[in-house]
Write a protein that binds this ligand. Structure first.
Ligand code: MTE
Length: 315
């Protein structure tokens, strides 16, 4: 049986920056070091096939030798336990899943709660194509061209109430459509959480697509979270609810193995997983392992969110 343990929070009132709720989009990007100059170069051209070249989106935080991971790997090598626990299960077992119609609930400590049809939900933000680095806790990595909107735009529309400090995300619970939920491998439905300032960060996306197309089912159709400086399991898939709260929410992996998966889950090469090192990673499609970067290469943009925190304790 899985027992839920409360996880101590190091949140201080100074960690929350309510003013950021009211900054303009341009001001946020600038505040996060994501100025137009810093992301100049706009669309990156990357080979998609033998003779096809297609703009994939704006690169964010990529290293000079980063190349987009091929479509086959991005869509064929996934964790999505609702559709099986092997990496190639989701692409096969999620084939028949119908991600539309889809409703997303936004509730909790917000002034404007609502239930939105997906098509209306995404109107909160501007749809963008962004290429991010992606680091799984299992020490493999990819570079993924996502399509999505900033979570901050969704939260701004909902107007967080003064007491809101965290955001909880919940995946659809429907064992008839998600057969993995009939087995007690995790606590269902899958949930994840962010501190409100992490959720408001301009790098935090709600993705509806990959490689310029709608998300394939195995990647979390029709809507999933992308937080590029955190381990991949924070990227909860097939979201039906976004709830603002004053308490740190329970998260699927933290509840199932609290010693192995913390609430923060920031990519950190100096804090090993209890069963393996996090110092290096295997880029899918490459032979030699690469050194893992602090915050997955996004330290300039996000390190300040954790100033003064003990990142060994808050892993
Ligand atoms: N979301 C749900 N609902 N169920 C899951 O099992 N797995 C997580 C995350 N989101 C998972 C989930 C894990 S462990 C990882 S590494 C990523 O999805 C992997 O999928 P991706 O490569 O498509 O991001």
């Amino acid at each position: 049986m899985l027992i839920r343990h409360p996880v101590p929070s190091d949140l201080r009132s100074s960690d929350i920056t309510p003013e950021s709720l009211y900054l303009t989009r341009r001001e946020w990007l600038a505040a996060a070091g994501l100025t137009v100059g810093a992301i100049a170069g706009a669309s990156m051209l990357l080979p998609l096939g033998a003779d096809a070249q297609q703009p994939l989106g704006t690169p964010y935080g990529l290293q000079p030798d980063d190349k987009a991971t091929p479509w086959e790997d991005v869509t064929g090598y996934n964790n999505f336990y609702e559709f099986g626990t092997a990496k190639d299960d989701p692409a096969v077992e999620a084939k028949g899943f119908k991600p539309r119609p889809w409703t997303v609930k936004v509730d909790g400590l917000v002034k404007k709660p609502g239930d939105y049809a997906l098509e209306d939900f995404v109107k909160a933000g501007r749809m963008e194509d962004r290429i991010y680095r992606h680091r799984c806790v299992e020490a493999w990595s990819m570079v993924i061209p996502w399509r999505g909107i900033m979570l901050a735009d969704v939260l701004k529309r909902a107007e967080p109430a003064p007491g809101a400090k965290f955001v909880e995300f919940t995946t659809l619970y429907d064992p008839a459509r998600m057969p993995g939920q009939r087995l007690p491998v995790l606590r269902w439905p899958y949930t994840e959480g962010l501190r409100l300032d992490e959720a408001m960060h301009p790098l935090t996306l709600l993705a509806t697509g990959v490689y310029g197309r709608d998300l394939p089912n195995q990647n979390g159709a029709p809507l999933r979270l992308v937080v590029p400086w955190k381990y991949g399991f924070k990227g909860i898939k097939s979201i039906v609810r976004i709830r603002l709260t004053d308490r740190q929410p329970g998260t699927a992996w933290n509840i199932s193995a609290p010693d192995e998966y913390g609430f923060y889950s920031n990519v950190n090469p100096t804090v090993d997983h209890p069963r393996w090192s996090q110092a290096k990673e295997r880029r899918i499609g490459e032979f030699l392992r690469r050194p893992t970067l602090m915050f997955n290469g996004y330290a300039d943009q996000v390190a300040s969110l954790y100033a003064g925190m003990d990142l060994r304790r808050n892993y």
